[in-house]
Design a protein around this ligand. Structure first.
Ligand SMILES: [Ca+2]
Ligand SMILES: [Ca+2]
Ligand SMILES: [Ca+2]
Length: 197
């Protein structure tokens, strides 16, 4: 009976550890399927400033994109001015977060793109060549309190931009907390073994 309770406690601790890394935000842009060129996002979602971005579907001239990924964002819209695509998301606690996203080159003879990405305290620039199909990129950054700023900006202004999809943001588990949880599980296991032995 004691052992069963210990096993349940251990399972709860492991579940808490796993939960710490589940996404706090995801975006695949598929809900904007009726989008198009120079897309204007609904209120309280993404903001585009200083230019434009397009919502584009896989297929057609975007034949090189993985099927079933639905809609993408072309970070260089159709006004010869690539817009800053940004939003602020709510996060449960202040701390370090990681953001994973897919980025493809323009694949339309537009030359190499430079795409600058911001996550909270971190800004990094990626330069997929024109012929780069979707690559998965991860960056980490710190939130300011319980809000976290996300942004994407292409440097080129020729209407042919990097293609963005499948954004996912997760908390980075504090090493201290994770170590404590694992130590707790190990201790419970040791107690359980001793009782059985
Ligand atoms: Ca998509
Ligand atoms: Ca475009
Ligand atoms: Ca370009």
């Amino acid at each position: 009976m004691k052992f069963r309770m210990l096993a349940v406690a251990a399972a709860m601790l492991l579940s808490a550890a796993a939960h710490a890394s589940s996404p706090v935000f995801i975006e695949n842009f598929d809900e904007y399927a009726a989008g198009g060129l120079n897309f204007v996002f609904p209120a309280n979602t993404w903001t585009v400033s200083g230019g434009t971005v397009d919502i584009v579907p896989e297929g057609s001239q975007f034949y090189f994109l993985p099927v079933a990924n639905g809609e993408y964002v072309d970070l260089d819209g159709s006004t010869n001015a690539a817009g800053l695509l940004s939003r602020t998301i709510a996060v449960p606690v202040a701390g370090e977060y990681s953001m994973t996203f897919e980025l493809a080159g323009n694949f339309r003879n537009g030359g190499t793109e430079a795409t600058t990405v911001t996550l909270g305290s971190t800004t990094a620039t990626f330069t997929p060549s024109s012929e780069t199909s979707t690559q998965t990129i991860t960056i980490t950054g710190y939130s300011t309190g319980t809000s976290l700023y996300i942004a994407f900006q292409d440097a080129s202004h020729d209407n042919i931009g990097s293609l963005l999809d499948n954004i996912s943001v997760s908390a980075v588990p504090e090493p201290g907390n994770l170590a404590l949880m694992l130590a707790g599980v190990a201790a419970l296991g040791a107690v359980a073994r001793r009782r059985r032995g």
